[in-house]
Design a protein around this ligand. Sequence first.
Ligand SMILES: *Cc1c(COP(=O)(O)O)cnc(C)c1O
Length: 380
Amino acid sequence: MTIPFNRPYLVGRELDNIAKAHANGHLSGDGAFTRSCHAWLEQRTGTRKALLTHSCTAALEMAAILLDLQPGDEVIMPSFTFVSTANAFVLRGAIPVFVDIRPDTLNIDESLIEQAITPGTRAICVVHYAGVACEMDTIMAIAAKHGLKVIEDAAQGIFSTYKGRALGSIGNLAALSFHETKNVISGEGGALLVNDPALVERAEIIREKGTNRSKFFRGQVDKYTWVDIGSSYLPSELIAAFLAAQFEAADAITARRLAIWDRYHDWAAPLESGGLLRRPTVPVDCIHNAHMYYLLLGDLAGRTRFIEAMKASGIGVVFHYIPLHSSPAGQRYGRTHGVLHHTDATSDRLVRLPLWVGLEDHQDHVMQVAQDILGQSPEP
Ligand SMILES: *Cc1c(COP(=O)(O)O)cnc(C)c1O
């Protein structure tokens, strides 16, 4: 039996919806399914304006354009993240300034942000790792004090909350992902959440190739024209139709993922007490969405042994980010603030376990095999 690390879940109505989009005679972007996805996201997150995009990456690129970043401007962010967090800003000529993460949540260490601010700093881009919120009150206060914008990379954060507020609804702008590895999916897909009302109109323009096409379709202008820079960031109705079906089942998906997460967490408790590993930390004022279940093992050698042995048993487990500050492009385009000790250590020690809807039937097996491997002492 092989158990993959991820298996994209179909709720059932995706293909019906795609057939409906075709019957509607509207396959390009911003048709009825896209509008219903926007309304759903706005209602569920409380954001001012939600706009579907091709990916979270595309939404982050839109955010970087919206902030009018100039070459040499600095954006503070963690190094322990996906490349798109940094790439979106580097494409504008901006410089990612990497700061260390907290050893508990693995999110940006808010206590290091203020020291990293220079006269060139324009924004802070936070990443809610594993769908667990960053310390947003502190981060928003620092941003307000220094006149900085905050972008939330909430790729992993749909349905998670911080002090009762949806992730993605707190910063000036936020990006969600519906990539097939995320909780709610459309293959490739994402959304920009615009919380700052002053940025809504320009966000629509940037998404429509720099034209005021959205205003034209609402009858607010009598012809549409090129008014700003932009690109094609809107997905087809086929993607929105698929996503709309997933949205209908999103609560059920989250509930099933949470049940799997909770079982892993209970199972790993005695292993943690026994000093074999460390479990994820979720602060009391954060509700997470069971995006990921990870373990922090003792060291790189132990993690490598674990991954190899799990693979040999047919179970897909994977490590996560190579820190951006140690990657070739990160070194060329970014700089670090201080020593990124927790980033490096986490990158070496973290392993993610399979977590997908349908894993319920195999989870006992995964835990048994993992426990057997973890219980074996390393070869001398
Ligand atoms: C998945 C992910 C992205 C990229 O999402 P895409 O939709 O594939 O572009 C960006 N940032 C983080 C933190 C992610 O986990």
